[in-house]
Design a protein around this ligand. Structure first.
Ligand SMILES: C[S@@+](CC[C@H](N)C(=O)[O-])C[C@H]1O[C@@H](n2cnc3c(N)ncnc32)[C@H](O)[C@@H]1O
Length: 250
């Protein structure tokens, strides 16, 4: 079932203008709860804040002492107001181009310490690739990088840069979940823990049946497969390898 944080978010912030699908909200809530269950601590960074629709949910999941960095090219007054109401302390707004993120001493001091980095700024391939390098530098040993608009036909270059990053760093980074236009990447050493947590908890905690969603895993981690969540498929909670599907149902 969704956490009380998501219930509050849905009551107070769901209608904020922005780009954040209900399935992505549920996935974030699930993954932040996973980090709690796995005793993962650390701050967060969002690149590309706009009006704060996604940033607010992440900020709500941060503990009071955990830092939240919100970076955007422009002033984001609506996001400031919303985030102030849920996380009054340890929030830093950075008005800058993300290419220069590590020139900021406050971010530079966070190397290896963030448990959540959301990349949702400039959607060119080179900016995404640079943002992935920034995220990799800032990510803690057990945190997650989330990349927006993964497999969006509007931004094919963004998906190319995600795979270039993964292919260049197979011993360092793995994708563990993809759904609702976003993918989730962790350090390879932690991939099994996230993978197991998703396998054991996602169906129930994201209330997949009630939400009309299905968990899929159509190949192995070592085949660049990972869990994904899709619209309800054959009224199943889980769909696995294509070759395992009973052909009599077609
Ligand atoms: C798609 S919006 C972000 C949506 C937001 N995360 C939400 O939940 O609604 C993209 C944001 O990225 C910012 N942006 C674009 N290019 C950027 C860059 N190079 N560096 C930092 N921010 C950038 C834009 O100003 C815009 O606010």
């Amino acid at each position: 079932m969704p956490s009380p944080v998501l219930d509050r978010y849905n009551n107070e912030f769901k209608d904020l203008e922005g780009f954040f699908l209900p399935m992505a909200m549920a996935a974030w809530d699930f993954l932040f709860c996973a980090q709690n269950a796995l005793n993962i601590k650390g701050g967060m960074l969002e690149i590309g804040v706009f009006k704060g629709k996604s940033a607010v949910l992440a900020a709500m999941h941060m503990r009071d002492h955990e830092p939240a960095f919100l970076l955007d090219l422009h002033d984001v007054p609506a996001a400031r107001d919303a985030i102030q109401s849920v996380k009054p302390n340890n929030v830093t707004f950075l008005k800058m181009n993300s290419i220069d993120a590590l020139d900021d001493q406050r971010l530079e001091a966070m190397r290896g310490q963030l448990r959540w980095v959301h990349i949702d700024g400039e959607h060119t391939g080179y900016a995404t690739r640079a943002d992935l390098d920034t995220a990799a530098a800032l990510l803690s040993k057990n945190g997650l990088i989330c990349v927006d608009d993964f497999f969006s036909f509007k931004y094919p270059q963004l998906t190319a840069s995600v795979y270039e990053f993964l292919f260049k760093n197979p011993f360092k980074f793995r994708m563990v979940l993809a759904c609702a236009n976003k993918c989730y990447i962790c350090r390879t050493a932690w991939a099994e823990k996230y993978d197991t947590y998703i396998r054991e908890n996602c169906i129930e905690k994201m209330a997949l049946s009630e939400n009309n969603w299905t968990l899929t895993r159509t190949s192995y981690l070592h085949d660049h497969g990972c869990f994904s969540i899709i619209s309800r498929n054959k009224d199943r909670d889980f769909v696995g390898l294509d070759r395992d599907i009973d052909t009599r149902v077609f």
